[in-house]
Design a protein around this ligand. Structure first.
Ligand code: H53
Length: 804
């Protein structure tokens, strides 16, 4: 496919045509919403041809397709993404300006599609972009949540949540597919008829498809993101209505829709909730039924399914795919048990994203039997086959629980971790026994990020500098950025690099001023920690360091401090009490510290509400220092760390997740390392009273804790943080206290380094130049080569065909 040229005049006409015929609006009455919809629909029109061509090519090739099953796709806005991949970004902007519209305002009118919580969901979105860019035939499968991740507001510094409503407006990018729907059964019981199991379901809902085309770089390929909405089998109960019972009349529809109503806002601990299990089965079953229908409609023989179908399980959430595929092969297609299990396993692979025990799902067995009685029996068969084959002690069903991690592992031909360190820890810890039962099954695929969104679109000044320095072919071959390295010695180049950073800092300042009335000192270091609020990510340690710094500036105001703006962003799961306290404390501390005239010049804390993908796109390019400070061994990979480095922000971080590989790439001298290693963390936990000892050994930390506990930041409620502080002193599972001094000291090294402007800029530029490896194109090529065995179907761009 090549992209046909469209002139701005032609594109204006296309926008106007949609304004009139799709929106039914006259130009003189059109709102920003109308313009945004018209622009989106005009762009979508240009996606359709490459999308159809890709589908045709896939059918002709009769090859393998990838099915990426994910509970979450954290997409964000799509206008710029689509415009950029179509090569129409400049045209769209010019066309809208010619119509008298402010392009940036129109783009900003699009609500974020927040169908995810954080890293895992955003990774899925980056993978969709790369699958299309690489020309690998693929479907993303997920849930079309009516309400995405909640909106966050602060009331007196405390987090409040309100429902997110992206679907209150029409979603411009999707195509409804009412003809593509599947029954999804729950409950009931299993009967035996002539040796055959028959599942008599207690309840049935319908999964109905909505397709969003995902176009890759330069529109060479487009895949489909198919999201399922739950509907009722009977839309309306007329008998109830006629009796005057209007609530009961709409009850079936309301009940069914509950399943796709809302994204669970906790990415670690929501297992155990019946609705969540139903959501997981709902979208997994619909997806498996859909891919089987596609395969059979092409005349496929199910015994050859693994040659045509690669199913990737994004975490354990779709782990029910194994039993579901086995069930369909046995119950509906007459397979023998062992043949069904072998066939299913040859199709399935599982990505593990965490070592946190609470994030590896386990379902109470009685709940599981109630919701999925047939699958429970199938899991017994899978477990028996596993024990027979390996003699293993590992069970899927144990202590009255169904262990989804073990199930996913046993039913996958490959299991991958998401960074080199994480994959090793998967082998050594959570899946040590299964690793010895199935040596070679665990492999690593270090995460990546799409450079189209996370550099090209979000950072125009740096994009232009890169284009003029090394040419324009880097967005789908990111290692070309290495060509910037030689320029990092050139003061003229460094000036331009710094000018790009400054422009982004100004853009952020203006945005914050307009949104929240907050002004930032543009000469200060922008020190940013944006991610979900979690104890292991240690936003608390960052805050403690900020308070310690405040103390020191007050005591010694003329010591030549490097001015800093500490920027926090992120949401806490609504039920995660400690995380919410940490948010409250950051906001409380901000109030006191920002009001202090003695330190105002040097230290400011900013915590904008409702961090999301679009906010990340403004914050990351403007960042000077990236905070990646998790307890070593706890962050599986991180992907924000990659985005910052790519946009020229050196990291202060621990040896955790992909930080390790980032540091290897950028060079130890361009990375601010501190803290205990994963092995030291484990050893330290064995030391009695390690936290208390750490506090006693650090007067600086002890003082900060006293201040917080004593109510310095909570004069309205002096005991507000006593639980939080005592928790640190007495437990501190995440070793905030133990790493504090090392962190504080390294931050002072950062201060000194930042003061040498040119050396700092050089470090920043070398970060950009050396992290091209973290493109999600590289990651997806790795999955395609090592796990899926799927070739690229794009012929134009040479090396693409070598992925398999
Ligand atoms: O997945 C990211 C990792 C990150 C990890 C994250 C994640 C979730 O977002 C949700 C659940 C889960 O188990 C893991 O925390 O380290 O970068 C993508 O792999």
């Amino acid at each position: 496919m090549s992209i046909p040229y469209v002139s701005p005049q032609e594109f204006s006409a296309e926008i106007l045509r949609h304004l009139k015929h799709s929106l039914g609006k006259d130009e003189s009455h059109a709102s920003v919403y109308d313009w945004r919809m018209s622009l989106s629909l005009a762009l979508r029109d240009h996606v359709v041809d490459p999308w159809f061509a890709s589908t045709r090519r896939t059918y002709e090739a009769r090859g393998k397709r990838v099915y990426y099953l994910s509970m979450e796709f954290l997409i964000g806005r799509l206008i710029e993404d689509v415009a950029v991949n179509l090569g129409l970004d400049a045209v769209a902007e010019e066309a809208l300006s010619a119509l008298g519209q402010d392009y940036a305002a129109v783009v900003a009118n699009e609500p974020d599609a927040a169908l995810g919580n954080g890293g895992l969901g955003r990774l899925a979105a980056c993978f969709m972009d790369s699958l299309s860019t690489l020309g690998i035939p693929a479907y993303g499968y997920g849930i079309r949540y009516e309400h995405g991740l909640f909106e966050q507001h602060f009331e007196d510094g405390a987090q409040m949540e309100t429902a997110e409503t992206w679907l209150a407006q029409r979603h411009a990018w999707e195509f409804e597919r009412p003809e593509v729907s599947y029954p999804i059964n729950f409950g009931g019981h299993v009967e035996e008829h002539e040796g055959k199991a028959v599942w008599r379901a207690g309840e049935t809902v319908v999964a109905s498809a909505y397709d969003t085309p995902v176009v890759g770089w330069q529109a060479q390929w487009a895949n489909t993101l198919r999201l399922w909405a739950a509907k009722s089998t009977t839309a309306f109960d007329l008998d109830s209505f006629n009796r005057g019972d209007y609530m009961a009349a709409s009850a079936p529809e309301a009940l069914a829709r509950t399943i796709s109503r809302v994204l669970y806002p906790d990415d670690t601990t929501d297992t155990g909730k019946e609705l969540r299990l139903k959501q997981e089965y709902f979208f997994t079953s619909a997806s498996i039924q859909d891919l089987l229908r596609r395969f059979l409609s092409e005349g496929g023989d199910l015994r050859a399914l693994p040659d045509f179908v690669a199913i990737q399980l994004n975490d354990t959430h779709p782990a029910i795919a194994g039993p579901e595929l086995v069930r369909l092969l046995i119950d509906e297609h007459g397979f023998e048990v062992s043949q069904a299990i072998t066939t299913a396993r040859s199709c399935l692979a599982y990505t593990n994203h965490t070592l946190l025990p609470e994030a590896l799902e386990r379902w109470p067995e009685d709940l599981f039997i109630r919701v999925l009685p047939r699958h429970h029996r199938i899991i017994q068969l899978i477990e028996a086959a596993h024990i027979a084959a390996t003699g293993s002690d590992i069970r899927i069903l144990e202590h009255g629980e169904v262990k989804m991690g073990e199930l996913a592992f046993i039913m996958a031909h490959h299991v991958n971790g998401v960074s080199a360190l994480h994959s090793e820890l998967v082998k050594e810890t959570v899946f040590a026994d299964l690793h010895s039962d199935y040596p070679g099954r665990i492999i690593n695929q270090t995460n990546g990020i799409t450079p189209r969104r996370w550099l090209y679109s979000c950072n125009p000044p740096l994009r232009e500098l890169i284009n003029e320095t090394i040419g324009t072919t880097w967005p789908d071959d990111l290692q070309q950025l290495d060509g910037l390295s030689v320029h990092a010695k050139d003061p003229a180049f460094l000036d331009k690099f710094q000018a790009a950073k400054d422009a982004n800092k100004t853009r952020l300042s203006n945005w914050l001023q307009a949104r929240d009335g907050v002004s930032l000192n543009p000469d200060a270091m922008f020190d940013v920690q944006i991610k979900r609020i979690h104890e292991y990510k240690r936003q608390l340690m960052n805050l403690l360091e900020t308070v310690a710094l405040w103390n020191e500036i007050r005591e010694n105001p003329n010591a030549g401090w490097t001015p800093r703006v500490k920027i926090f962003g992120g949401k806490a799961a609504p039920g995660y009490v400690v995380a919410k306290q940490i948010i409250h404390l950051i906001n409380d501390a901000a109030k006191v510290i920002n009001a202090d005239p003695a330190t105002r010049e040097y230290l400011q804390i900013v915590y904008p509400e409702n961090y999301n993908v679009s906010m990340a796109e403004i914050l990351i390019p403007a960042t000077d220092l990236s905070e990646q400070i998790s307890t070593a061994g706890k962050e599986a990979s991180g992907t924000g760390n990659m985005k910052f480095a790519l946009n020229g922000a050196p990291t202060i971080g621990t040896l955790d997740g992909a930080n390790v590989e980032i540091r290897d790439c950028v060079g130890a001298e361009n990375f601010f390392l501190f803290g205990l290693t994963a092995a030291e963390v484990t050893a330290r936990r064995a030391v009695p009273e390690y936290a208390r000892r750490a506090v006693e050994a650090s007067p600086r930390l002890a003082r900060v804790l006293q201040q917080i506990e004593g109510g310095v930041f909570s004069s309205d409620d002096k005991t507000r943080y006593s639980g939080l502080v005592q928790g640190l002193i007495n437990h501190d599972y995440f070793l905030v206290t133990c790493d504090f001094d090392s962190y504080f000291g390294t931050q002072r090294d950062v201060d000194k380094a930042f003061a040498d402007k040119q050396a700092w800029t050089r470090m920043a530029a070398l970060n950009t130049a050396r992290v091209g490896w973290f493109s999600s194109d590289r990651t997806i090529s790795g999955y395609a080569r090592d796990i899926w065995k799927t070739p690229s179907l794009i012929s134009a761009r040479g090396s693409r065909q070598d992925v398999a």
